[in-house]
Design a binder for this molecule. Structure first.
Ligand SMILES: NC(=O)c1ccc[n+]([C@@H]2O[C@H](COP(=O)([O-])OP(=O)(O)OC[C@H]3O[C@@H](n4cnc5c(N)ncnc54)[C@H](O)[C@@H]3O)[C@@H](O)[C@H]2O)c1
Length: 341
């Protein structure tokens, strides 16, 4: 019989709800309680659950096997560390706090407790990314030598008031919020650690914000693979594009299937280099494209976590190490930009 994991969710905003539904679909989680500090959120909880406004009381009273942390960045380290120390397995949203120090604090407790901990680097579970990784691993296109990514969104009329732009709560702007996903993907797909060579972080339009609206960075691995990222709120639409240049071909990831459907259709296109123009079209090699219209990323993520907790399978994506390494990159980009400013 399938083990049901007694679970609580801390923070029931956008991500809390997404995780709740994925856990329900999975069937292996027994969600007992939800905690949120906002009364309007507590009033709209699904039926049959205990409802808390204080996360410590929620964890202490429920003594769950699993704690799902979907509160704001500022709260993540404290809640994650507390839950781990209480012997709970933890699934936490990214980023692992506001700073690298936060991530390292979590890492220390994690190392001491030796309990399952996974972070929500969700993009690795998107179909286009899974196909890209498989293509790279197959060797068909040779080795990945260069990757460039654009991750852009449009801030809405309330953007300036969002907690994401309150540095005290978020710790950083669009780079820490969204760019961190792309940096994680770049590390994953290149298969090497990235080091920051240069970076510019600025407020080009949203001048009143204390967090950046734009970040551009150049990075390199020890194997001299190159990466560039543009993370921006000035795209004025939602956009996700990644190009991967390989020794024998090319991969493009375009669009990302999200709940809002605003990043466009998700697709992967690849081609092999064709220097002899066997296709008859030098500069226009034969391309192969796959499009996806279903997003199973949240389900796959909750399944990996479930298997780790119940069957001691290793966490492959969103490990503590992934969390610290990507936080290191974000911190280095911020530091480099500060020095120049
Ligand atoms: N994995 C992803 O793809 C992804 C996407 C978006 C956001 N996130 C991350 O998820 C987290 C939440 O983001 P969101 O978009 O759901 O924000 P949100 O504002 O929609 O939800 C956050 C919720 O946490 C609650 N909260 C704040 N402090 C709390 C506390 N002390 N105790 C209990 N509840 C508290 C808020 O009231 C709110 O309801 C952030 O860390 C964010 O970076 C991850």
């Amino acid at each position: 019989m399938e083990t049901k994991l007694s679970s609580v969710i801390i923070g029931f905003g956008i991500m809390g709800r997404i995780r709740y539904h994925a856990m329900q679909r999975h069937g292996g989680y027994e969600i007992r309680a939800i905690c949120d500090i906002r009364s309007e959120v507590r009033e709209q909880m699904p039926d049959g659950l205990f409802v808390y406004s204080d996360w410590r009381t929620c964890i202490d009273e429920q003594e769950p096997k699993v704690v799902i942390v979907c509160a704001v960045n500022k709260m993540i380290p404290e809640i994650v560390c507390y839950a781990l120390k209480r012997g709970c397995a933890v699934f936490s949203e990214k980023p692992p706090g506001r700073t690298l120090e936060d991530a390292l604090k979590i890492q220390k407790v994690y190392n001491e407790c030796g309990i399952t901990l996974k972070f929500g680097f969700n993009h690795r579970y998107h179909n286009s990314v899974i196909e890209a990784k498989a293509l790279l691993d197959s060797g068909l296109l040779g080795e990945a030598v260069c990757v460039r990514g654009v991750y852009g969104k449009a801030g809405n009329e309330h953007f300036a008031e969002e907690w994401r732009n309150n540095k005290e709560i978020s710790g950083g702007g669009i780079l820490l919020d969204q760019g961190i996903h792309m940096l994680d993907l770049m590390r994953y797909l290149l298969g090497s650690e990235l080091y920051v060579k240069s970076g510019i972080v600025n407020n080009l339009v949203w001048k009143e914000l204390e967090t950046e609206d734009s970040a551009i960075a150049l990075l390199e691995t020890e194997r001299h693979q190159i990466a560039s990222i543009h993370s921006s709120v000035l795209q004025w639409r939602h956009k996700f594009d990644m190009d991967i240049l390989c020794t024998n071909g090319y991969i493009a990831l375009n669009g990302l299937l999200t709940n809002s459907k605003s990043y466009g259709e998700e697709s992967i296109t690849y081609y092999k280099k064709d220097l002899l123009a066997e296709s008859g079209k030098l500069g226009r090699p034969k391309e192969h494209t796959m499009c996806f219209n279903e997003d199973f990323s949240w389900d796959k993520e909750m399944d990996e976590f479930y298997e780790a907790v119940t069957n001691q399978k290793p966490i492959v994506h969103g490990t503590m190490d992934d969390a610290v390494k990507t936080m290191q990159i974000v911190t280095d980009i911020y530091k480099l930009a500060e020095k120049k400013g």
